[in-house]
Design a protein around this ligand. Structure first.
Ligand code: GLC
Length: 743
């Protein structure tokens, strides 16, 4: 319900905060601002990264030179630094302590891309709430999350941190995390300020190479990349982070259009904007500023309130103000935004953390992390019901470099995760099944990039002695995340050779992939009887995978991104435009081309001679141990006005033998528009759990107003005309059901 409400709220243009407590806070902000010197104001705009020397940092804090510290996570040291700010600086303004709590603080959840695969916003919100409880217990009150950059290029290492390729799924998951982090009220001591990032368009880095330029038109920004950030604003996100990339030649940290016109002007955002790490002075490298002074001027004028670690604001703004190149008003507004968040967080009333809190790795937290890892796993193949592992299996071979890799399993952005708390698949399988079956373990390779094949023979020998083989492959954590982009998405090292050798034993082969992105695993999938994909599943990935492999849990994950057959197909995503030459399905591919084929004999449509036009696995795809049937898809009305709500009724039946959960998806196509519209777009989804044989009547409701898009006149509007919808198990299934929107 909530997520529908947020979507509706986007249309209502409701204020992101709007509570009357603000009036009191505004008065406090103004009265404090009046007492501040220019240096103290600039100090609030200055964020440093903790460098460990408490005395040194205390001296800066005492002088009022620091407004925020990131990367300090020791509660005692945080209290010591906070005490200096509150009790020894002239005005006693508390520090804002920040950290990248991206998918957990100590209890590490699946990477955000894996959490998106759950299509379960409530689960994601619960995970963010737990992350906030753990992080705030250390004194952290601000996280640089959720990362809601729509990403359609798996070469980009940071796809791992977001919710994938789809605007709607990313919006829903971003709102869920914000609600989890910020709780019911920001001034609750367990609440931490969210920071939707990276504003905006960072996921469209050309070539999938991090920090690279983007060339996104305003219309594409508004239809694809901005909606998750707008949803975040309507959900009350307290802060935003400007992104590293330049879009159409303008670095985001100097982009007035997105930071002032859209974020504050159109959406009414009244929180605080922080730059990314040195992204202000990086505008010199961009060639957008000649020096630090110009970078500081362009950033503060554009609407960046706080400078993350470049010190450009603190050093350059005094002279710029003196020279009249930056207005005092601009500084005051930035400081207002910072103080407002500090008041909303209750830091003035409650600046210190209770150093005796012991909430880390609480059993309930670990249980939630396990549930998230279960729901994030995607069953991509299961020939002849290979899985779950049958009781007839008496000897199981566990193979591969990711079977017992506690550090790698946590994935990227886990600065505070402790691998000693990770439960690996090997450990979990031994615990779960050792009294029933013999488990043989041979890694075969020492790590995911290992090219040394000497261990493969022992792995094959172990497999030959077993009734079934489960091989764990994928990526070390370092191979995805910031600045970790790949031009080739095949399995690293000798992992593919390992799988090939194992397949030659003739034993049923289950491949489990733990990675930070979709990999081009078509060859390995063909060699496997079953394939389970687990985007770095976190602390409890092992128990989750053990439960799934033995049928104690049933996979329900769906792909949040398209899996390409080869990297040459990238970018490849489901909600693409039709083009003037869409494929017909009769295209002739490479191996079928006759010698001396005529120039136009292969079909002049949009496809690749070698890889065709379809992905390895489409968006929204995932199998179960059971089967589901969709039936009786009916519209309450097939002619609707813009003010109506589309109501789609359908029946779903569990036609298999396991109680399981299906993620039913609603896609919409706007057939003709004043601009080309995507072949389809996800607009709703719901998780439905059914017992074997159970059949249920279900409904999707979608306000027609949510079919609005930014059109040829750059107006957001619903254009009447012919539409189609699909209720289906993934983005490529189901039958189109027509309907019409009238004037
Ligand atoms: C990094 C990232 C950003 C992160 C920040 C602080 O460079 O781009 O996502 O929040 O710096 O660590």
């Amino acid at each position: 319900m909530l997520y529908t409400c947020v979507a509706a709220c986007i249309l209502a243009g409701c204020s992101p905060t709007g509570d009357d407590k603000n009036a009191v806070i505004e008065q406090k902000v103004e009265s404090l601002l009046k007492r501040m010197t220019l240096e103290e104001k600039l100090g609030q705009m200055n964020q440093i990264s903790s460098y460990g020397n408490v005395e040194d940092m205390s001296a800066l804090i005492r002088r009022g030179e620091i407004g925020s510290i990131l990367n300090e996570v020791d509660p005692q040291r945080i209290n010591t630094l906070q005490r200096v700010a509150v009790e020894e600086s002239r005005l006693g303004i508390p520090l804002l302590i920040a950290r990248d709590v991206i998918h957990g603080f100590k209890t590490v959840f699946p990477i955000p891309l894996g959490q998106a695969a759950t299509f379960d916003p409530q689960l994601v919100e619960d995970g963010a709430r737990i992350s906030a409880i753990e992080a705030s217990s250390a004194g952290i009150r601000w996280t640089f999350s959720p990362m809601i950059d729509v990403a359609r290029d798996p070469r980009w290492g940071r796809m791992t941190e977001g919710s994938g390729e789809d605007t709607y799924l990313t919006s829903v998951m971003g709102v869920a995390m914000i609600k989890g982090y910020q709780g019911d009220s920001l001034n609750d001591p367990t609440s931490i300020a969210a920071c939707p990032k990276h504003f905006v368009g960072y996921g469209a880095a050309e070539g999938g190479r991090d920090y690279n330029s983007t060339y996104i038109s305003e219309r594409q920004l508004r239809n694809v990349y901005l909606p998750p950030f707008e949803a975040a604003c309507k959900a009350g996100a307290a802060t935003y982070m400007s992104s590293f990339n330049d879009n159409d030649g303008v670095p985001s940290s100097g982009n007035k259009f997105i930071l002032r016109d859209i974020l504050r002007g159109e959406w009414g955002f009244d929180g605080m904007v922080v730059s990314d790490w040195t992204s202000i002075t990086e505008m010199i490298s961009h060639g957008f500023a000649a020096d630090a002074a110009e970078a500081a001027r362009r950033a503060v004028d554009a609407g960046v309130d706080m400078d993350m670690v470049s010190y450009a604001y603190y050093k350059e703004l005094p002279q710029l103000i003196k020279d009249g190149k930056v207005k005092q008003q601009t500084i005051d507004d930035a400081v207002r935004n910072i103080l407002r968040i500090k008041f909303r967080l209750g830091l003035f009333d409650n600046p210190y953390v209770d150093e005796n809190l012991d909430v880390l790795y609480a059993p309930a937290h670990l249980e939630a992390a396990k549930r998230a890892a279960v729901e994030s796993a995607i069953l991509l193949k299961n020939e002849k019901q290979t899985l779950p592992i049958p009781a007839s299996v008496r000897t199981l071979a566990i193979i591969g470099p990711m079977a017992d890799a506690p550090y790698e399993q946590m994935g990227t952005w886990t600065f505070d995760g402790d691998k000693n708390h990770t439960v690996t698949p090997l450990k979990a399988i031994r615990e779960l099944a050792a009294d029933k079956i013999q488990v043989i373990y041979e890694p075969g390779l020492s790590f995911s990039r290992d090219k040394d094949t000497k261990g493969i023979a022992k792995a094959v020998a172990a497999a030959s002695r077993a009734d079934m083989v489960v091989v764990f492959v994928g990526e070390e954590a370092i191979l995805s995340g910031e600045a970790h982009c790949l031009a080739d998405l095949n399995l690293q090292g000798a992992q593919s050779e390992l799988i090939e050798a194992l397949s030659k034993t003739g034993k049923p082969l289950v491949t489990v992939v733990m990675a930070g992105r979709p990999l081009t695993i078509g060859k390995e999938a063909a060699l496997s009887s079953a394939l389970l994909y687990s985007f770095h599943p976190g602390t409890m990935g092992g128990p989750a995978l053990a439960d799934l492999l033995f049928g104690k849990a049933v996979p329900s994950g769906k792909t949040p991104v398209t899996f390409p057959k080869s990297v040459g197909q990238v970018p490849i995503y489901y909600s693409h435009n039709r083009t003037g030459r869409p494929v017909t399905g009769n295209e002739i591919l490479l191996d079928s081309i006759p010698v001396e084929a005529g120039q136009t004999s292969l079909g002049c449509t949009s496809f690749y001679l070698d890889e065709g036009w379809t992905p390895l696995y489409p968006f929204g795809y995932g199998l179960s141990y059971t089967t589901f049937e969709y039936d009786n898809i009916r519209l309450a009305a097939d002619k609707l006005s813009v003010s109506d709500t589309l109501r789609v009724n359908f029946e779903l039946e569990n036609t298999g033998n396991y109680t399981a959960t299906e993620v039913a998806q609603l896609y919409i196509q706007d057939k003709v528009g004043s601009i080309n519209r995507p072949v389809k777009e996800l607009k709703r989804f719901q998780r439905v759990t059914l017992k074997p044989g159970e059949r249920r009547k279900l409904e999707f409701k979608l306000p027609v107003s949510e079919l609005a898009f930014w059109n040829i006149d750059m107006k957001k509007t619903v254009e009447p005309g012919e539409f189609a919808l699909w209720v289906a198990t993934d983005s490529q299934s189901g039958e189109a059901v027509p309907f019409e929107v009238t004037e």
